[in-house]
Every structure is written in C-alpha cells, then in structure tokens.
Design a protein around this ligand. Structure first.
Ligand code: IMP
Length: 184
C-alpha cells in the first residue's frame, strides 16, 4: 500500500510485467517497421519512462523527438484547444509513432493525430502502455496497447497523481477508485 497526499494506492501492475510487455510491444514494432525508419513522438510528461524503456528494444533505424501537448483558449467559444509543441524534426513523408502513457477519453490523441496528418506524414500510429475503457468504447485507434484497464485512476511509471509518483517503477491503482480522475 502506498499513500500519496490524501489517497491510498495499491500495487496493480508489477514492474516485471510492465517490462515484459514493453519488450513485446517493441518486438511488434520492430516486425511491422522492418523496412521503415519511424519517428517516435513520446508525449511528455507521462511517457518519459515508457519511451525510455521501449526505445532500448527498438532495433529499426529511428528518430525520437519528445513533444508536449499545450492547452490554449481558442478564439472559438468551444473553449480549450490542444496543440502539439516542441516538434524539432520534419515529419513530412515520415512514418510517425506517437508514444503515450495512457489513453483515457482519447480526445487529446485524436486532435494530435489529425494535426500530424496535416503535416504530410506518411503514416501515423499510436502506442500506449495503458488504455482505459472510455477509449475502447469510442474506438479510438491505438495500434499497440500494453494493458487494457478499466476506469481506475493509476499512477507510477511516468503517470502522476497531482504531480507525484512518476518515478515509481510499478504501476499502482487508486484504492476503491472508480473514475477518480474527476476528483483531481
Ligand atoms: P485523454 O485525453 O482523456 O485520453 O487524457 C489522457 C491523458 O490524461 C494522459 O496522457 C494522462 O496524462 C492523463 N491521465 C488519464 N488517466 C490517467 C490516470 O489514471 N492516471 C494519471 N494520468 C491520467
């Protein structure tokens, strides 16, 4: 059991399982991209640990560029729009792989994918260590998924609870949590 701030967390996915699954995902990418040279775009902050471990097993030629998603108030009354920042490489005609820690509603991801397609990319695929139920229900396309989980709030291995816990090597689940994200 782990207490972070006001909440209790229980171990959910051990580091051994995480590492084994990361290797399997990397092998799938190696097979699928044999004749290609993909550009990996890990989305900070959450995917820093996953991306670092994943890349250790990637053996096709590749580039990697960490990016962030920023929020800004759009001119339209629809409110917050998200956009990709920090892109340092040209993606024209490139096979892009977005690296995510977790896909929940998938709304952010959908916007990013559309933005990348407009840059003239050859292909855009997504790898996410975790995928929550809402994303499955909405058929958000994630080609490589490490673990399918329910609506629990999770932390560790890059994922945070109010900024805490990103360095943990196991993944924890908020105790008695069900869609606790709204509580943050
Ligand atoms: P989405 O746009 O709803 O798919 O939000 C995805 C982002 O929300 C992820 O990249 C995480 O940063 C954050 N997130 C969603 N669920 C969790 C969770 O259970 N723990 C920590 N962060 C989460």
């Amino acid at each position: 059991m782990l207490t972070i701030k006001d909440r209790e967390f229980v171990k959910f996915i051990t580091k051994t399982k995480v590492q084994a699954q990361v290797k399997i995902l990397a092998e799938q990418i190696n097979a699928d991209y044999q004749l290609k040279s993909p550009v990996f775009l890990p989305i900070l902050n959450g995917s820093f640990m996953f991306a670092a471990d994943l890349m250790k097993h990637i053996d096709v030629p590749n580039k990697i560029s960490f990016v962030k998603v920023s929020s800004y108030s759009g001119a339209a009354s629809t409110g917050q729009l998200k956009t990709l920042i920090g892109l340092e490489v040209s993606l024209f005609n490139e096979d892009v792989i977005i690296v995510e820690d977790i896909v929940d509603t998938g709304l952010t991801l959908q916007k990013i994918v559309n933005e990348l397609k407009e840059l003239g990319t050859r292909s855009v695929e997504v790898i996410s260590l975790l995928r929550k139920q809402p994303a499955r229900e909405k058929s958000i396309e994630v080609k490589y998924v490490g673990f399918e989980i329910e609506n629990d709030f999770v932390l560790g291995y890059g994922l945070d609870y109010d900024g805490h816990g990103r360095n943990l090597t196991d993944i924890y689940r908020m105790k008695d949590a069900n869609s606790e994200k709204a509580d943050l």
